[in-house]
Design a protein around this ligand. Structure first.
Ligand SMILES: [Cu+2]
Length: 262
């Protein structure tokens, strides 16, 4: 899948610093608060990137949230289907967003999706904290995880809670970003969503609507300024520039010098 051109260094750094500051070698040792922090950081981060990305006129479909984890990933040994089922169908079993976020890490759902998407789609960037946000797959994945978070918010009546509006400095609060869940779903379903400058939700919804019914990003890869090549599909790994560059596993410890915790 494509690498986003001219990705802003400042955004790359923001993601890198968060992970380096919040890294724990052992997922079972993640402290209370990590889960909420993880969900909130990535929500505001992807929204910020969506805003920048859309202003570039790049194809919004390429960074739309996956509507589900592609079967190719679900069928891998590291994928925890039971964990997925709980997140999707029993979100109210998580007493807090923090519990949900911790669970995504401790069940290895997040790590496995990154790792296997990198392997299956030939996108080693995804395995590297420092590079991952340059990959369109990062937004397919984290957009989907954010939907899981929203799903939890709806199920538990926390939709207007700290989680959904905590991203100071992002585009939250502008048009479209505070639509009620039902309204958003309806607009997404009809697909007739207009895009306005500075508003990322309608664009996301439009992308989601177009992608509806397609597994993963397969249908999104071939058009627009971000092309992955005429014959490439997500199932056909390709050699990217990152190959052989000493990519660090996403779920593993980043460079020692930068791994200090705050
Ligand atoms: Cu991240």
């Amino acid at each position: 899948m494509p690498i986003i051109p001219d990705f802003p260094q400042s955004l790359l750094q923001e993601h890198m610093h968060w992970h380096h500051a919040n890294h724990y070698d052992d997922p079972s040792q993640l402290p209370p608060g990590y889960g909420l922090n993880f969900l909130q950081f990535h929500r505001q981060f992807i929204n910020k990137v969506y805003q920048w990305y859309n202003a570039q006129g790049l194809d919004p479909r390429l960074i739309a949230a996956w509507q589900g984890v592609p079967e190719a990933i679900r069928n891998t040994p590291c994928y925890n289907r039971q964990a997925e089922a709980r997140v999707l169908y029993n979100p109210q079993s998580f007493g807090s967003a923090d519990q949900l976020g911790l669970f995504l890490e401790q069940s290895n759902l997040h790590g496995c999706i990154h790792q296997e998407a990198a392997r299956i789609y030939g996108e080693p960037y995804l395995n590297d904290f420092d590079l991952a946000p340059q990959s369109t797959l990062f937004y397919n994945i984290h957009g989907m995880i954010d939907q899981w978070y929203r799903n939890w918010e709806r199920a538990t009546g926390n939709a207007r809670g700290a989680g959904s509006n905590a991203s100071a400095g992002s585009a939250r609060g502008r048009s479209g970003s505070r639509l009620a869940a039902g309204t958003r779903a309806k607009r997404s379903a009809v697909g007739g969503v207009s895009r306005s400058p500075g508003s990322k939700e309608p664009t996301r919804s439009a992308g989601l609507a177009r992608l509806a019914g397609k597994a993963g990003a397969a249908g999104a890869a071939q058009e627009g300024p971000l092309r992955s090549g005429p014959s490439r599909t997500p199932a056909q790994p390709f050699i990217s520039e990152a190959a052989g560059r000493g990519i660090r596993p996403y779920s593993k410890k980043p460079g020692a010098a930068r791994s200090r915790k705050p």
